[in-house]
Design a protein around this ligand. Structure first.
Ligand SMILES: O=C1C[C@@](O)(C(=O)O)C[C@@H](O)[C@@H]1O
Length: 289
C-alpha cells in the first residue's frame, strides 16, 4: 500500500448549508465532500457502477465509466469471479490482491471518487457470507484503498465496520435494499435515521415499487427525512415503475443517482448520457420562478 495514497484520500466533511429554490420546503441541505466532489441534493452526483467479472477488466471498466462522465465510480466487487469473492468460491479471497487492484485504479480514476461495494445475496448481489463480507471490507478500509465504502447496515458485524471506517476516516455509504416491496414512509424514514445514527456519511435506501403510489411513498420519505438529516441521502425506487425517482430524486433530497454504462447493477437504472440530460432538464425546470 502506497502511504501517499492513504494521505490523499479526502476526509469526510458533513455539512448542512442553506439551499436555494430547488427544494422549496427545506432550508438546509446536507453535504459530503469527497476529493473534489461535494455531494448534496443541490449538487447530485451521477454514480456509475461497474461489475467486472475478472480482475484484468476492473481498470478498463472504471476508465469507461470515467469517460462517460461518472462523478463517482462504484466498483461492485461481488461480481468478481477470480478472487473467490463470490458466495460459491471455496477459497478465501486474496485480500492483498484486492487492495492492490483498488490501489491501481487511482491512475484511471484521477480525482473521481471510488465507491467500494460488496453486495451480498441478501441485498440483491452475488456476495459472500457475513464473515467473508466483513473481512473484505475490513481489508479495504484498513488499507485506505477506497474513497467511500458501502456497508449493508443490517449485516452481522456492520456496527464494527462503521466504527473501523470512522477511525480510518473512510466515509460509509450505508445500504438497505428491499427487492420485494416498499416499506411505509415512516419505516423508510426510520431506516435512513438508523443508518445515520450508526455513523453513515451517506444514508441509502433502494426499494421495489408495486405501483406509482409506492414510488410516491419513497419520494415522500426522502423529502421528509431530508428536512432534518445531518448526512446526505441517496434513495431510489427500482425498476421502470420507479424511474422518476432516478431522474428527479434530487428534487426530493437524494444526492446521487446510479446510471449505467453497459450492464445495469439494479433494475431501472438509466444510461448515463440519458440520465445526465434528464437530471439537468428536471433541475432547470425546477429552478423557474
Ligand atoms: O445501492 C446501490 C443502488 C442500486 O441498487 C440501484 O438501485 O441503483 C445499484 C447498486 O449497484 C448500488 O450499490
Amino acid at each position: 500500500m502506497n502511504p501517499e495514497f492513504v494521505c490523499s484520500i479526502a476526509r469526510p466533511v458533513s455539512t448542512r448549508t442553506p439551499v436555494g429554490p430547488v427544494r422549496g420546503g427545506n432550508d438546509v441541505d446536507a453535504a459530503l465532500a469527497v476529493r473534489d466532489l461535494t455531494l448534496s441534493a443541490r449538487n447530485p452526483a451521477i454514480i456509475v457502477p461497474v461489475m467486472p467479472q475478472h480482475r484484468s477488466d476492473v481498470a478498463g471498466e472504471c476508465a469507461a465509466a470515467v469517460a462517460v462522465g461518472a462523478q463517482v465510480v462504484e466498483w461492485r466487487v461481488d461480481a468478481l469471479q477470480d478472487l473467490d469473492a463470490t458466495t460459491g468460491g471455496p477459497a478465501e479471497p486474496d485480500l492483498d490482491l484486492l487492495v492492490d487492484t483498488a490501489d491501481e485504479l487511482r491512475s484511471v480514476l484521477g480525482e473521481v471518487p471510488l465507491l467500494f461495494t460488496v453486495r451480498t445475496t441478501a441485498e440483491g448481489g452475488h456476495g459472500p457470507s457475513d464473515q467473508r463480507y466483513v473481512r473484505l471490507l475490513e481489508a479495504v478500509i484498513r488499507a485506505g484503498a477506497a474513497d467511500l465504502v458501502d456497508v449493508e447496515y443490517r449485516r452481522d458485524g456492520a456496527a464494527d465496520l462503521f466504527e473501523l471506517a470512522g477511525r480510518h476516516g473512510v466515509p460509509v455509504v450505508a445500504s438497505y435494499h428491499d427487492f420485494s416491496g416498499t416499506p411505509s414512509a415512516e419505516e423508510i424514514e426510520g431506516i435512513l435515521a438508523a443508518q445515520e445514527a450508526m455513523g453513515a456519511a451517506i444514508a441509502k435506501v433502494a426499494v421495489m415499487p408495486r405501483n406509482q403510489a409506492d414510488v410516491a411513498t419513497l419520494l415522500l420519505a426522502t423529502a421528509r427525512r431530508a428536512e432534518s438529516a445531518a448526512v446526505p441521502l441517496i434513495t431510489m425506487s427500482m425498476a421502470g415503475t420507479g424511474a422518476i425517482s432516478r431522474m428527479a430524486g434530487h428534487l426530493f433530497g437524494s444526492c446521487g443517482s446510479f446510471g449505467t454504462v453497459g450492464q445495469a447493477s439494479a433494475p431501472g437504472q438509466i444510461p448515463v448520457a440519458d440520465l445526465t440530460e434528464l437530471m439537468e432538464r428536471v433541475t432547470a425546470a425546477s429552478r423557474q420562478s
